[in-house]
Design a protein around this ligand. Structure first.
Ligand code: ADP
Ligand code: MG
Length: 366
């Protein structure tokens, strides 16, 4: 790891806001400062003043629906696309105009981009041409050991599974010890089971090598499982940046609440740290005033069978360890997740009259 200039420390990002844009807990390594890219003059920018920072060794997920500008953001950081405005700085140095190969940023492409005519060892050694042959060989073998592929060193890429190809691509990128690695939808070519296994391997590999990484995904479960922090994007903008836990518990907007996990949205009238709703007075996770929408997680709603209850179960889905219910109360239909203990382990049948209670804080969103 290179020596860091003293001036780089716990700096506030350019656009600090109470709803996120929180800086990394680690020392700042990469700063993305209001980068913007517009492809068509008549359309809104694909990426619109996106700002965040990345700490040493941190794993940040850029999460959002297809077309929201994730890949374009990543390409501007990697030097494959030049922003119309804004800057990218690595350890305080402006790299916005530098070509990819002079940035010291590693990129793992979605299709892995392995050389088909080279074997695994030769692929990993490819980026190490500047080293002496013996040193490059030793480093490549070390990387293969790290990703658990020593035994396959002489295989060609076509004779590897998708997960193994992914690890070769990662080993090739990490071999040159880049301070930052960019991964665009790295698990999209793997089947569901492989994806879950591979993502934990990739996380632990990045943590062991100490490389920071930005991972693009449209899969909220992947982002929650992998990342130290998540930046949620919609229509070219970053809506919130925070830890997975905070994003889940304290979503900044209705879009974030609905995109990360499932959420009920209830109208209410807030004053300070509480709001009046059709379910009574509820505590809020952050202060608000006036007419608000409240995000209520399905697991925050308790369901109690009650023949005189104001609500009725209108739908049910068995999920093994818990139950999912759709419950109608007045003109509202709420999603409820009920754990095994909450109704004495007895599933509530469709049509049953029930009473709903909301426990825990709920989150005002706009
Ligand atoms: P994501 O990776 O989140 O799916 P992208 O960054 O690929 O989104 O694309 C964001 C928007 O920019 C989309 O509307 C896409 O069509 C547009 N776009 C991306 N690249 C180009 C390009 N080279 N030329 C024109 N439009 C582009
Ligand atoms: Mg993309």
């Amino acid at each position: 790891m290179q020596h860091l200039p003293k001036s780089l420390g716990f700096r506030m990002p350019a656009e600090a806001s109470p709803l996120g844009f929180r800086q990394s807990p680690n020392r700042v390594l990469l700063e993305v400062d209001r980068i913007t890219r517009r492809f068509h003059p008549s359309e809104p920018p694909a990426v619109d003043r996106v700002s965040f920072d990345l700490g040493e060794g941190e794993l940040l997920a850029l999460l959002g629906p297809s077309g929201c500008g994730k890949t374009t953001t990543l390409r501007m950081i990697g030097g494959l696309e030049v922003p119309d405005s804004g800057a990218v700085r690595l350890r305080g140095r402006d790299i916005t105009q530098l070509p990819t190969e002079r940035r010291g940023i590693g990129i793992v492409f979605q299709d892995y981009a392995l050389f088909p005519h080279l074997n695994v060892l030769e692929n990993v050694r490819f980026g190490l041409r500047g080293m002496g042959r013996a040193a490059a060989d030793a480093r490549a073998r070390e990387m293969l050991a790290l990703v658990g592929l020593e035994a396959l060193a002489l295989r060609k890429p076509h004779a590897l599974s998708g997960g193994q190809q992914q690890r070769v691509a990662l080993a090739r990128t990490l071999a040159v010890s880049p301070p930052v690695v960019l991964l665009d939808e790295p698990f999209s070519n793997l089947d569901a089971a492989m994806r879950v296994e591979t993502r934990q391997e990739v996380r632990s590999l990045l943590k062991r090598t100490g490389s920071a990484a930005i991972l693009v995904t449209h899969d909220q479960e992947e982002a929650l499982a992998l990342a130290d922090r998540i930046a949620v994007m919609e229509k070219g903008r970053v809506l919130q940046i925070a830890s997975p836990d905070e994003i889940y518990r304290n979503p900044a907007t209705g879009f974030v609440a609905a995109f990360i996990g499932r959420s009920n949205l209830l109208p209410g009238t807030a004053s300070g740290m509480a709001a009046e709703t059709s379910f009574g007075r509820l505590p809020l996770s952050r202060a608000a005033n006036g007419s608000v929408m409240l995000a209520v997680r399905p697991e925050q709603v308790m369901i109690e069978p009650d023949p005189g209850g104001p609500a009725a179960v209108v739908g049910r889905e068995f999920r093994g360890h818990d139950q999912l219910y759709w419950v109608q109360e007045g003109d509202q239909c709420l999603l409820v997740i009920s754990g095994p203990g909450s109704t004495d382990g007895v599933p509530v049948e469709i049509g049953t009259r029930v009473r709903l209670r909301i426990c825990d804080c709920v989150t005002p969103v706009n």
